[in-house]
Design a protein around this ligand. Structure first.
Ligand SMILES: C[S@@+](CC[C@H](N)C(=O)[O-])C[C@H]1O[C@@H](n2cnc3c(N)ncnc32)[C@H](O)[C@@H]1O
Length: 304
């Protein structure tokens, strides 16, 4: 199925969405995405009817406002984007700067969508004052209005009437999850973020994140975490600790652009961690037998 993806966003899980959906339990009431970004997993889950309702959250408020506009007023947003896209054509470079200033003053959703479609690598960057300061990619004019309209209307079709939106710290969002829900978490990569991450508004502290996962375990919540990864032999970030009893899966995420440039065969592998409550439900062993880690992985692959 061609799943819509209206928000161009660096770090989007769009290409891995069908792989990640394979680890969803058969019944999900609400899918919570506390670090939603372009919400690739929520849209894919909605399109494939893998959850009844959705909660899109991101600390970046203008991004969540953009999501509200996409889902609730898609036609209006598509028209506004079309106007901006055509207005840029005489002088795209200075028009981008004008819209960036306008966005920093007003937070307008149509301006943000235009900036995301035109900026370098679709990557959001902010200065110390919290102003969007990413440069334009002057080789591109951004997604055409016709394609953007299709993506916006498609996302709205799948999410309208069953999606809640918020712009809170992820900690407050996971508190809302119940036993019949699923939480999908894709925090900013700690391997490259540290405290000085300019790609997002805030970064996530490793210790705090581990503490939140501990609390979710105590409450038996089903969750999936995308975290760190490695390219060839090079590991990015730190693995999540053993005491969380997560099932660690590795997804092949394709060849890194750096490796392709160097003519190497390195494949980027992304880690996916399944919570104890979720892996128990996916495996449901009928006999008392302790599976080894690799047996667990084979069982999960076979079930999907
Ligand atoms: C790696 S991106 C998620 C990408 C997403 N999976 C997708 O498919 O587009 C991480 C997101 O977390 C958000 N974020 C950073 N710190 C946060 C926090 N403390 N609470 C909630 N969201 C946060 C960022 O704004 C960013 O959009």
């Amino acid at each position: 199925m061609n799943v819509p993806h209206p928000i161009p966003y660096q770090g989007s899980k769009r290409n891995l969405a069908s792989e990640i959906l394979r680890y969803f339990p058969s019944k999900v009431d609400t899918l919570h995405e506390p670090f939603a970004g372009s919400a690739a997993i929520s849209i894919a889950a909605a399109a494939n009817k893998r959850a009844n309702s959705f909660h899109i959250n991101d600390l970046n408020k203008p991004l969540v406002d953009l999501w509200r506009a996409i889902v609730n007023t898609p036609d209006k947003l598509a028209k506004e984007y079309e106007i901006l896209w055509h207005e840029q054509l005489d002088d795209p470079k200075s028009f981008y700067k004008k819209i960036r200033d306008e966005f920093n003053l007003t937070g307008r959703s149509d301006c943000f969508l235009y900036l995301l479609a035109r900026c370098v690598k679709a990557s959001v960057r902010y200065n110390a004052n919290g102003e969007f300061n990413q440069s334009p990619d002057n080789r591109r004019r951004g997604t055409t209005p016709a394609t953007m309209r299709e993506q916006i209307l498609g996302a709205s079709y799948f999410l309208k009437g069953k999606t809640a939106f918020s712009s809170k710290n992820y900690r407050d969002v996971v508190l809302k999850a119940g036993a019949s829900d699923l939480v999908y978490m894709d925090p900013p990569y700690q391997g490259v973020c540290g405290n000085h991450d300019t790609r997002y508004l805030a970064s996530v502290q490793f210790c705090e994140f581990v503490e939140v996962l501990e609390q979710l375990n105590v409450r038996n919540i089903r969750y999936i975490v995308s975290y760190d990864g490695r390219t060839g032999g090079k590991v990015h970030g730190v693995c999540l600790p053993d005491h969380l009893e997560l099932t660690h899966m590795e997804l092949a995420a394709g060849r890194s652009s750096q490796a392709t440039l160097l003519g190497r065969d390195d494949v980027t592998v992304e880690s996916l961690y399944l919570s104890p409550a979720l892996s128990k439900e996916l495996i449901k062993p009928k006999m008392i037998y302790h599976f080894t880690h690799s047996e667990q992985m084979c069982l999960l692959e076979a079930r999907a």
